[in-house]
Design a protein around this ligand. Structure first.
Ligand code: NDP
Length: 324
């Protein structure tokens, strides 16, 4: 079926997720108010899927943006698909629901459409989002992810969230949930880094075989935050093959980078706080990449992960030691 601005994927629990989502994470060089302003522009332009998280520190502003667009009649609550994420200090079962309720309070929303375990890597439970020991090392923790998942299932049953899923999980970590005795709800999605340089073909195949949606982040190559990302890594939007396809189709490299993933059945998140780009990035439904273009773009995969976060490597649940 042809992709349209209102296209969605039907999740394995029956809810619908719009195929294009607006990313709200930005480095500290931006204010949280800018995230709210950008979210308003995004909704005006047509985005109905908003990706956010507790750790982005902007749920107050993003929630306010959504509510203002409901109040002015642009959308209804049911038209918006809001994703939030459980931070890594809240994996212990008793912290899950309060964390979700805390986000809902900041958002001033009654429910989230989707709540994800942000990462399999867990830190010491508590109020400090990055708890460190005296030597400055992160203090890890290791709850059985099945216990966290059970607490998420209870949040869904309580009506606080429509769908539940995970982020940054490898296929073995997904299997750990899928093979859980008494599993009530499968994760609806796995949100992971995905772009022309990390096309995730193996994880995508695995997810498809289990009816789990793959949601891609950093599809434009990320904001390249110094703290997290190797500044010498090649840039997605500068790739010559991508640029050649874009030039041929009279489209921007960003539009082609997004369309490439959409045509493979991946749900795409894209962040911009620049109104003109927010608008242009939504214009990915009125052109198509040929089989030949898709093949050329498949060919530039280099399994390059921007967000590998070396300081988390020693955690027993660090996801990227596995191939996928
Ligand atoms: P993206 O790959 O979406 O790239 C964002 C960067 O690209 C910004 O610097 C933006 O600049 C720039 N940009 C946007 N559009 C264009 C364009 N048309 N031409 C040129 N440059 C452009 O990065 P993110 O890493 O932010 O990923 C998107 C979202 O995914 C996040 O915001 C977040 O919601 C989610 N995410 C989830 C993670 C997880 O662990 N689950 C991890 C990382 C991201 P500008 O704003 O100035 O326009």
């Amino acid at each position: 079926m042809a992709l349209k601005p209102d296209s969605y994927v039907v999740l394995n629990d029956g809810h619908k997720m719009p195929v294009l989502g607006f990313g709200t994470y930005a480095p500290d060089t931006y204010t949280k108010e800018q995230a709210g302003e950008a979210a308003k522009v995004a909704i005006e332009v047509g985005y109905r899927h908003i990706d956010c998280a507790f750790i982005y520190g902007n749920e107050v502003q993003v929630g306010q943006a959504i509510r203002s667009k409901i109040a002015d009649g642009t959308v209804k609550r049911k038209d918006i698909f809001y994703t939030g994420k459980l931070w890594s200090t809240n994996h212990t079962p008793e912290r899950v629901r309060p964390a979700l309720e805390n986000s809902l309070k900041d958002l001033q929303l009654d429910y989230m459409d989707l709540f994800l375990i942000h990462s399999p890597v867990e830190f010491k439970p508590g109020d400090d989002p990055f708890p460190k020991d005296e030597s400055g090392k992160l203090i890890f923790h290791n709850t059985d992810i099945r216990d966290t998942w059970k607490a998420l299932e209870a949040c869904k049953d309580a009506g606080l969230v429509r769908s539940i899923g995970v982020s940054n999980f490898n296929h073995r970590q997904l299997e750990r949930i899928l093979t859980m005795p008494g599993l009530k709800y499968k994760p609806v999605c796995n949100q992971v880094e995905c772009h022309i340089f990390l096309n995730q073909s193996k994880l995508l195949k695995f997810c498809k075989s289990h009816d789990i949606a793959l949601v891609g982040y950093s599809v434009l190559g990320s904001s390249r935050v110094k703290e997290w990302i190797d500044q010498n890594s090649p840039q997605v939007l500068e790739d010559p093959v991508l640029n050649a396809v874009a030039k041929k189709l009279k489209r921007s490299p960003a539009q082609v980078a997004m369309r490439y993933l959409l045509q493979r059945g991946i749900v795409v998140l894209a962040k911009s706080f620049t109104p003109e780009r927010i608008k242009l990035n939504f214009q990915v439904f009125d052109f198509q990449l040929s089989d030949e273009d898709m093949k050329a773009l498949d060919g530039i995969n280099k399994n390059l992960r921007y967000l590998s976060i070396d300081s988390w490597k020693e955690h027993p649940k660090y996801p990227y030691h596995d191939e996928f």
